[in-house]
Write a protein that binds this ligand. Structure first.
Ligand code: SF4
Ligand code: SF4
Length: 459
């Protein structure tokens, strides 16, 4: 039986809010969601934290398990680390200095944008591309959803993932170094990362390319955004330049689509959106991609500007960041320290262990049994109608056949087969209805005019 418990994830389904509409079941790119025993269940070994289900849910029934802002009170020094896309949420009348001042006002003692050490990251990526002998292009490891996707579905591509950590880690090490120089003990400092998406919560809580993250807590951007908006207009701005001194054009745009490629001299490609990413990885795995040295993949359309936890329109965020980037220098023009880019002495903190495959065996790990189950699934599929309606609780007929072969579903879960079997006298109508109620919940078929059917528009 496939192991469904191997990954930690940050998604929580509010079963009282959920109306079992199957929107999440149908949009999940890895077919990780099912309706079982009247509830939505997420198969953790399949989920890559792309957040598509959160976007699609009309009930806002899928919530995110992030840390409470109150956690910061346990630390004497409270460092907030945030991505440039968070700053891109604010209307342009609110200045950088006001936003930094508001962050300090709401309880943090230090504030840093995480894309500051991008000069070092650029150099490391250029080095990896130059040294690459895998026969495939180097793949960016910046998007944690993409890393998970490759681990479980394209394990042979793991060796092509750039073994570099996320920039927030390096900034945290840098700040710790600065604070230590002032005589501050490491255990007095808490690092709090404002995340744009679900995947980065999981990446901090259960890191893939490092043993333990230096980050203390991961917090959702919306409550902080609301707090800042409530005070920003009337706040006395501070001179925040000391906290964003190393920021560059590349840094500000790094997490957007093309952010890791526009400055490179080698042959690069940028792909965004989870479905485009999957299509591209299929081609890459089948040796249909030639003549590319580096590939940037982002699970979200327009990169982190579309992070599911952000509230503003992604196109607007991209425009704001592009306008802001014009005011900053290129990383290569940044003041060198002993002929090296800033943060260079911390480069080793960015180098990660190679990413290990965590291949998903859809029919279990036992080869013999898995072949038998695969054949069983093929035979079952011949009898299913091929309508992919999800009324069985699985996203497609093929996924239902797979579940049946793995002993996780029954033939009568298919409403069409159930009808057919009733007509042929193979199952009593009352029993068929009992099974349907077991799958969808006792009151699922009662009249209710408040059911929402439409999918939400994403940001
Ligand atoms: S986060 Fe993505 S992969 Fe995970 S259950 Fe939701 S849609 Fe599926
Ligand atoms: S999309 Fe529908 S089935 Fe999925 S969690 Fe939301 S309400 Fe429930």
């Amino acid at each position: 039986m496939p192991d469904h418990t191997s990954f930690h994830h940050a998604l929580i389904v509010d079963h009282d809010q959920c109306i079992r509409c199957t929107h999440c079941v149908k949009v999940c790119p890895t077919e990780a969601i099912r309706i079982e025993n009247g509830l939505v269940s997420i198969r953790e070994d399949r989920c890559v934290d792309c957040g598509e289900c959160v976007r699609a849910c009309p009930q806002k029934a899928i919530d995110i398990d992030h840390d409470d802002l109150a956690l910061i009170e346990h630390y004497k020094y409270r460092v907030v680390l945030f991505p440039a896309v968070f700053l891109g949420q604010f209307p342009e009348r609110i200045t950088e200095d006001q936003i930094y001042a508001a962050l300090l006002k709401i309880g943090f003692t230090h504030a840093y944008e995480v894309e500051q050490p991008i000069g070092v990251l650029k150099n490391l990526i250029a080095q990896k591309v130059k040294q690459n002998r895998t026969g495939n292009p180097i793949i960016s490891s910046f998007c944690p959803s993409v890393v998970r996707l490759i681990q479980i579905r394209y394990p042979s591509l793991c060796e092509s993932l750039a073994p570099v950590k996320a920039p927030h880690d390096l900034v945290a090490h840098y700040v710790l170094e600065q604070l230590s120089a002032e005589g501050i003990q490491a255990d007095e400092v808490g690092f709090f990362y404002i995340t744009p998406c679900v995947a980065k919560i999981t990446a901090v809580k259960t890191p893939v390319i490092e043993k333990k993250s230096i980050i203390t807590g991961v917090i959702s951007p919306r409550p902080i955004y609301n707090k800042i908006m409530a005070i920003a207009d009337n706040i006395e701005p501070i001179d925040s330049m000391a906290m964003r001194r190393e920021l560059t054009k590349e840094g500000i745009q790094w997490s957007l689509t093309n952010g890791e490629t526009w400055w490179q001299r080698s042959k690069t490609m940028s792909v965004d959106g989870i479905h485009n990413t999957i299509n591209f990885l299929e081609r890459l795995e089948n040796d249909q991609v030639n003549d590319v040295d580096f590939v940037e993949l982002r699970a979200c359309d327009r990169g982190c500007a579309a992070g599911v936890l952000l509230s503003q329109n992604r196109f607007l965020t991209v425009e704001r960041l592009k306008r802001r980037a014009r005011l900053y220098p290129n990383a290569d023009n940044k003041l060198m320290v002993d002929g090296k880019p800033p943060f260079h002495h911390l480069e080793s903190k960015l180098i990660a262990n190679p990413v290990e495959p965590r291949q998903l065996f859809r029919f279990g790990n036992d080869l013999q049994k898995s072949m038998e189950r695969m054949q069983r699934a093929r035979n079952i599929l011949c009898h299913l109608p091929g309508i992919d309606c999800a009324a069985c609780g699985a996203p497609t007929c093929e996924a239902l056949a797979e579940d049946m072969a793995n002993g996780l579903a029954k033939m009568t879960d298919c409403v069409f087969i159930s009808q057919l079997w009733q007509k042929e006298g193979k199952i009593a109508p009352l029993k068929a209805f009992d099974r349907m109620e077991k799958k969808w919940g006792i009151k699922r078929f009662d009249p209710d005019c408040h059911k929402k059917g439409a999918k939400n528009e994403s940001n």
